[in-house]
Ligand binder design. Structure first.
Ligand SMILES: [Zn+2]
Length: 170
């Protein structure tokens, strides 16, 4: 069992065990929450943090880069933001809030591969319907944190999702 993050259109993917996936999302969530400024950026990180195996099942949180909530208008800014978030995760932003020490030998190559996938995605590969559907789901859930000013966990500096805090859950 494990999870696959892909950029299918380019035939590229990252394969991670369930445990490594949790560390990957946690560390990107810590970096992303620290660095996100705009609504688009905050939503992108919350979308990632919704890949919560404790809520939706182990080995079920893989995704394709094209399914991420890209906004065509701010596409290049969002791409640049995500690359910064990956670099921030490699600088261990917020790692003091983890109650374990991530295995860098396993984790960092995944960051490098993710960086590569994000670098390769372009506007002509996107499926704007997936973004619209996700936003529509958020808007139809009045308690969704995306609709409530992007609150963070009281214990951890990460955005809450409809499933709660990724770090508390995992
Ligand atoms: Zn928490």
């Amino acid at each position: 069992m494990g999870n696959i993050i892909s950029l299918d259109i380019c035939g590229q993917h990252i394969s991670m065990s369930n445990g490594l996936t949790s560390v990957f999302i946690s560390t990107l969530g810590l970096s992303g929450t620290r660095l996100a400024k705009t609504d688009d950026e905050k939503r992108m990180i919350i979308w990632l943090l919704e890949k919560d195996q404790s809520a939706i099942g182990s080995g079920t949180v893989g995704f394709d880069i094209c399914e991420m909530p890209w906004n065509l208008v701010s596409f290049y800014a969002a791409k640049c933001f995500l690359l910064n978030v990956i670099e921030g995760a490699k600088r261990k932003i917020g790692w003091e809030f983890l109650d374990y020490q991530p295995n860098e030998e396993l984790l960092f190559p995944c960051f490098d591969q993710f960086y590569h996938l994000i670098s390769n995605v372009d506007t002509n590969m996107l499926n704007p319907t997936t973004t619209l559907n996700w936003l529509k789901d958020c808007m139809e859930t009045p308690k969704d944190p995306v609709m409530c000013g992007y609150p963070c966990c009281q214990k951890h500096p990460v955005f809450l999702t409809i499933f709660g805090c990724y770090l508390c859950n995992n």
